[in-house]
Design a protein around this ligand. Structure first.
Ligand code: AGP
Length: 591
């Protein structure tokens, strides 16, 4: 979602800004722009599409020999993705970039129009620029910023330039923003990856605080008074932009799964570290997350209930934050998030914390809000994911939850197997990945179809949810996941001649039930495809994907790469922009 970078110092401004924008590309965006100035002339250059297009435009059009500037990648919310809506926006003396959504923008805009302001875009961001410009007419800059902030509802992070001032301003509410601290130079950025090649030192802004950045000075204010802020040091290695010979980041990241999973498991091979995973003290767990992270939660629900006998509810964070919560004294709220910056998941975490409920984050980004604010955290350590579609981070979320089910069940005396089963995973995942030709073949058979179903029961249904999401996300092939037994209660009416129905079967007890449901669809013309384990495989009459036999604790993590690779090859056949699917953002920082 929108990315912000700002720079003041003696380096070439556009170089720093463009490098930052490239680093922020992974968040997902549809237009980009920069505002650069030498404190006399200010130039705004914007373009729709990739940062590389903006770079070409800057090369052709740039006139100002700038000393500071702000830049932005926009993921459209208010107003379509076109050049006039791209940031930065300038009204009067104020030029700004914005991440977030200003909920009362229409109301404020109406008043400002009556006062004579004219707007050039459909964005809420431009309204903030006009509002600040209005307050600047009667107040000093800090007072004007405070007044603007008080008027705005919703979420925001701003990078601001004021005509005639040789400095940058930064402030935030709910949307992420940090200040990078350098030697005779300073930065502002949505996340550390945008500036890590220049400095690991950063300051986190809290709500109501304003940062004032000059090249040789950095000051922070709250309600007009200067405040001290702690300087933190990130150990982020930044984004590795190499594709390691793969055509896409998605494929590279899938292929990294054996390595990252090995790293995770090695930590918990130490018995002492396994205590972090023990949830046996809780009577009930709410797993709260969005998208794939929520589907990892669904796998976790099946495993924790089955093997640790803990009642687990799974909620999309966007619903959870506004629903009535019924907690008992032994409830744990688990937040699952790759980015650790998903707005709804953060809000859900804060809701639970407000009510005094224990929270635990399963997070990939160690510098993120959830990683910092949750009372207990497990870092998945997948490294940065560049492809918008999550793959390696998702499988690690599943792995953490599976290990939690194992450790909690073991504590209750419910487990017969040994923790060493997890150590088999890297080798088994590699075996699954090596069967590329099978995924390519099935992809060839289904890529021209208009629609397909994933069906399964229990844990298999949870896997269907993510399999289906991955497929539609990267290939735009319409897909639905359904509980196998539920299909005939209405949705089977959609089954047509030749429609692929992918049936996941990893559980011996449910095998016959699921296959009967698959046959019901075949009787109506569907083309059944089975995804199963070697020990259950007697499906020679079907096209199939067969993964190695394994323990029920780890089998889901063998189905996952198979489904991811299948989605990848379907998307490849359909000529999709695999790493940056249309309309999607990596990090969803608005509600
Ligand atoms: C992943 O492929 C999806 N694009 C998306 O559903 C994602 O999992 C969701 O937005 C949650 O993101 P998070 O893990 O960063 O919180």
């Amino acid at each position: 979602m929108c990315g912000i970078i700002g720079y003041i110092g003696s380096r070439k401004t556009t170089e720093v800004l463009l490098k930052g924008l490239y680093a922020l590309e992974y968040r997902g965006y549809d237009s980009a722009g920069v505002a650069i100035t030498d404190n006399k002339d200010l130039e705004i250059i914007r373009s729709v599409g990739r940062v590389s297009k903006l770079e070409e435009k800057i090369e052709k059009e740039k006139k100002v020999n700038s000393t500071f500037g702000i830049a932005h990648t926009r993921w459209a919310t208010n107003g379509e993705a076109n050049e006039k809506n791209a940031h930065p926006h300038k009204i009067g003396k104020v030029t700004l970039v914005h991440n977030g959504i200003i909920e009362n923008a229409d109301l404020i805009k109406e008043k400002l129009i009556n006062e004579g302001y004219k707007f050039n875009s459909d964005t809420d961001s431009e309204v903030a620029a006009a509002l600040l410009d209005k307050y600047l007419k009667e107040n000093d800059t800090l007072e004007a910023i405070d007044k603007m902030t008080k008027d705005l509802t919703g979420s925001f992070a701003f990078g601001i330039i004021i005509d005639g001032e040789n400095r940058l301003y930064a402030l935030r509410k709910d949307s992420p923003l940090l200040i990078g601290v350098g030697e005779k130079e300073n930065f502002l950025a949505s996340d550390i990856t945008a500036i890590i090649s220049y400095t690991p030192k950063y300051v986190l802004l809290d709500v109501g605080e304003v940062a004032v950045l000059e090249d040789s000075s950095l000051k922070f204010y709250k309600e007009g008074k200067e405040i001290e802020k702690e300087i933190l040091v990130s150990d982020s290695k930044g984004v590795d932009h190499s594709k390691n010979g793969y055509d896409h980041y998605m494929l590279k990241e899938i292929m990294e799964e054996p390595v990252v999973i090995k790293r995770l498991i090695e930590r918990y091979n130490e018995e002492e570290n396994r205590k972090e995973l023990d949830l046996s003290e809780y009577k009930e767990i709410d797993i709260v997350a969005c998208g794939s992270a929520m589907y990892a939660g669904l796998v976790g629900q099946n495993l924790l209930e089955e093997f640790a006998e803990i009642k687990v509810n799974v909620y999309p964070a966007s619903e959870y934050r506004y629903k009535k919560k019924i907690y008992n004294t032994k409830t744990l709220v688990i937040l699952v998030s790759q980015s650790g910056e998903t707005a709804d998941t953060i809000a859900a975490m804060r809701e639970a914390q407000k009510l005094g409920i224990d929270t635990l984050g399963i997070v990939n980004n160690p510098d993120s809000t959830i990683a910092r604010e949750t009372s207990r955290k497990i870092l998945t350590n997948a490294g940065v994911e560049i492809a918008v579609a999550t793959t390696k981070a998702y499988i690690l979320q599943v792995c953490v939850l599976a290990m939690m089910a194992f450790v909690s069940g073991e504590k209750k005396g419910l487990v017969k197997e040994d923790f060493s089963i997890f150590s088999e995973l890297p080798k088994l995942i590699k075996e699954v990945q090596d069967r590329v030709e099978e995924y390519k073949k099935i992809a060839k058979d289904i890529y021209k179809k208009e629609s397909c179903f994933f069906i399964g029961r229990g844990l298999d249904y949870a896997l269907c949810m993510e399999g289906s999401l991955k497929l539609k996300e990267v290939s735009y092939l319409h897909s639905e996941a359904y509980q196998a037994g539920e299909l005939k209660h209405g949705t089977i009416s959609l089954v047509e001649e030749g429609m692929p129905v992918l049936c996941i079967i990893t559980n011996k007890e449910l095998k016959d039930k699921s296959i009967s449901n698959l046959k019901e669809t075949e009787a109506r013309g569907a083309k059944g495809i089975v995804i199963t384990t070697k020990d259950l495989d007697d499906f020679d009459e079907y096209e199939k994907i067969v993964v190695p036999e394994s323990s029920q604790y780890i089998v889901s993590m063998l189905i996952v790469p198979a489904l991811q690779l299948l989605s990848y090859y379907v998307a490849l056949n359909r000529g999709c922009d695999i790493d940056k699917p249309r309309n999607l953002a990596k990090s969803v920082t608005v509600e």
